[in-house]
Design a protein around this ligand. Structure first.
Ligand code: SAM
Length: 258
């Protein structure tokens, strides 16, 4: 099965297990911002990959620039945009956090999305500082990144207790040399990083508490995926279970530029 076909089976950005909860938060944020500023938003999607989020935002009327170093991902993004009703509002640029300054008309954007990327860049602090540079005061950052506690639980459930301990004790939250991720974050660490670069944190939400713990064979139907997303939503809404957000594979932070 091709990656694209697999993604279709897993649902679009609105309903996907990996993206559904994040999309709902962003959709509410951009709708509110659009009402406040009286026009569609200028969005930068840093590390936007194949553009699922970018095209969904462009279909809402916003103008989106995706900056990503991966040419194959950008080619898929261009195809996806061309097949959508919003292709003219999506621009794909090869680059990365380090080159944002030199990428022409990228100052004064209303929203930067940085999803699944801060854990792989060379220097997270420089990345957040570059993002702060391109945002107008009062504009927002939507940051989704790997949460350390989730990897502890995942390694325990895999019976890899030494690896689980490494995730706790390793400065970058890695489980060993075979860990594909360069780093994972504690929430407090992220909040400190953001404050240091001139952001005020407005929302912090764990996402994907259960979806990565369940065997994929159990998630092969639309009904099962919808039920799991609804469960995660209900767990977050209940004060007695909301603490489980701390075991989400990712943490979603919305912060505003001071
Ligand atoms: C896990 S994917 C996430 C893609 C998309 N944002 C999403 O949430 O599905 C990470 C993306 O970050 C990009 N990337 C890697 N290093 C980067 C860097 N230094 N600056 C910007 N993007 C980078 C990769 O090419 C890839 O598209």
């Amino acid at each position: 099965m091709t990656t694209e076909r697999r993604q279709q089976r897993r649902g679009g950005v609105e309903t996907g297990l990996r993206t559904g909860a994040v999309w709902r938060a962003i959709d509410a944020l951009v709708a509110g911002r659009q009402q406040d500023i009286g026009r569609p938003l200028r969005v930068l999607d840093l590390g936007g990959g194949t553009g699922g989020l970018a095209v969904a935002l462009a279909e809402r009327g916003h103008t989106v620039t995706v900056v990503d170093p991966n040419l194959d991902a950008l080619a898929s993004l261009r195809r996806r945009a061309a097949e959508s009703s919003a292709g003219s509002r999506v621009t794909a640029v090869q680059g990365d956090a380090e080159t944002l300054e030199g990428l022409g008309d990228l100052q004064g954007v209303d929203l930067v999305c940085c999803h699944g990327t801060l854990e792989v860049v060379d220097d997270p602090e420089t990345t957040i500082a570059r993002i702060a540079d391109v945002l107008r005061p009062g504009a927002h950052l939507s940051l989704v990144t790997a949460q350390r506690a989730a990897a502890v639980l995942a390694r325990v459930l895999a019976g890899q207790f030494g690896q689980a301990r490494s995730v706790v004790t390793d400065p970058d939250g890695r489980y060993g040399p075979k860990d594909p991720l360069p780093r994972r974050f504690h929430r407090a660490e992220l909040e400190q990083l953001l404050h240091g670069c001139g952001f005020t944190v407005e929302q912090v939400q764990g996402v994907r508490m259960f979806s990565d713990l369940v065997p994929s064979a159990l998630l092969d139907s639309d009904a099962a995926r919808a039920a799991l997303l609804e469960l995660e939503e209900a767990v977050l809404a209940d004060p007695d279970t909301a603490f489980l957000a701390g075991i989400g594979t990712s943490v979603h932070v919305i912060a505003s530029r001071d």
